[in-house]
Design a protein around this ligand. Structure first.
Ligand SMILES: Nc1ncnc2c1ncn2[C@@H]1O[C@H](COP(=O)(O)OP(=O)(O)OP(=O)(O)O)[C@@H](O)[C@H]1O
Ligand SMILES: [Mg+2]
Length: 406
């Protein structure tokens, strides 16, 4: 086959939620949110879900996929909000208002109706759509936090006639706000006020989905004793090998590439169930390949390129910066040199290759690496394993570089 001179669009999106057509797995979690969350809300019962999982595991993708299905099949208006920059409760109000003004991603007509209700926040029409008046948002957004339910009710009333049965509000990236002592009581208060206790009392048919790492859920719980009970916790785990293979096949097929079995084994082995890493490796393979067939050599190059990219972005900053001590760095390089394949090692293995001065600092070093989440204890005493294959690979790559320089 002749080499491909110009490539199409890469089907990999390492920094964005996955497009619906490339979404794989998560059947169980989605079904749970659809039946216990979406359907209940559509029938008028307010429900609350906490979607949790490690960084980059695919939480936002699941939240947005659910919103898409909820709007299409169960007629819930999706409002997506990220609180990554929110620290105060006022910021939460501003973010919700902003998200509301952007509603209707999947159904622009609904979006138009919502925006018409909040015309005072809308600025001019530009090439990229209508701008939002940030000053007005900042000024009035804070009131939304105090009156979130009436606000959502008002939003809902605008689209009720279109058959919309309620609202699916996603509060993503709650990291900053979770530790604010006012956030937990705010959630509890909202759930209490919105509970359909008396028959005549109207409640807003709302599905609220909070998205974050487990630690944040615990933090919120520590600020209010009974807030934890409100949420149905749905956990996102690593993808299985079959799901990753399904993803790679679909993604490469969409640009008319094929993937050889030996290459697929390498891609999935190193991605190890982490969707973000899966995309970074896939993207590297897409650009490395010259003939539309991903073979073993392409896969190996892709994994090494990806490890380098991931390492430079995350490991250099979080690990090498944190261990400035020459001794620590030297221990890390010696562990690195053991090879890229073994995730596990014992303290004894390492002691064999260390100098006396390094041996003395080994315990502190191992603890530090555990704190940095590079290593974790593995089963028996004195044995450790790398938390990520790609980080392990990168540390090996750096140890080779160091060997060359010295
Ligand atoms: N089910 C999936 N199928 C295919 N790709 C996915 C899937 N879930 C996530 N991804 C991809 O993995 C990467 C991380 O996903 P996402 O942003 O949803 O994770 P996250 O848990 O929200 O991450 P963060 O902790 O950074 O917020 C993205 O590139 C996304 O496209
Ligand atoms: Mg996310």
């Amino acid at each position: 086959m002749t080499p491909i001179e110009s490539k199409g669009r890469s089907p990999f999106f390492p920094d964005q939620p996955v497009p619906v057509e490339l979404f794989v797995g998560r059947g169980e979690q989605i079904k749970r949110i659809m039946t216990r969350g979406v359907e209940q809300a559509a029938k008028g019962k307010p429900t609350y879900v906490f979607l949790e999982g490690e960084y980059g595991i695919g939480k936002t993708s699941v939240a947005q996929f659910v919103q898409w299905m909820a709007e299409r099949d169960k007629k819930l208006l999706g409002i997506y909000t990220t609180l990554d920059r929110a620290e105060s409760m006022d910021d939460v109000g501003i973010a919700v208002l902003d998200g509301t003004l952007k509603a209707g991603v999947y159904n622009p007509t609904l979006g138009e109706k919502v925006r018409a209700a909040f015309a005072k926040y809308m600025g001019e029409q530009t090439l990229f759509g209508v701008t939002i008046r940030t000053e007005a948002l900042r000024k009035e957004g804070p009131q939304i936090t105090q009156g979130l339910l009436p606000f959502l009710n008002q939003t809902w009333s605008r689209v009720k006639d279109d058959g919309i049965r309620g609202i699916c509000l996603v509060l993503d990236e709650i990291n900053g706000i979770a530790n604010n002592p006012k956030f937990a009581p705010f959630l509890k208060g909202m759930s209490d006020v919105n509970a359909p206790t008396s028959p005549g009392k109207p409640s807003v048919p709302l599905l609220l989905i909070l998205v974050g790492v487990e630690e944040r859920r615990r933090q919120i719980g520590s600020h209010h004793p009974s807030v934890g009970g409100i949420f149905d916790v749905v956990k996102i785990d690593p993808l299985s090998n079959d799901e990753m293979a399904d993803f790679y096949l679909r993604a490469f097929e969409s640009v008319k590439f094929t993937v050889e079995k030996s290459a697929m084994d390498i891609l999935t082995h190193y991605a190890a169930g982490f969707p973000k890493i899966m995309h970074i490796i896939g993207n590297a393979a897409f650009w490395i390949d010259r003939d539309g067939i991903i073979d073993k050599a392409d896969a190996i190059s892709a994994v090494i390129t990806a490890a380098d990219e991931i390492g430079k972005k995350y490991v250099d900053h979080q690990v090498y910066e944190a261990i400035r001590s020459e001794t620590y760095r030297s221990i890390l390089h010696k562990i690195g040199k053991i090879g890229p394949a073994d995730l596990m090692f014992t303290k004894k293995d390492i002691e064999g290759v260390l100098a006396e001065s390094e041996k003395k600092k080994l315990n502190n070093f191992l603890q530090k690496m555990k704190d940095l989440k590079v290593l974790r204890s593995s089963g028996s005493a004195g044995s450790y394993e790398f938390a990520s294959r790609m980080v392990r690979l990168y540390i090996w790559l750096r140890s080779l570089d160091k060997g060359k320089k010295s």
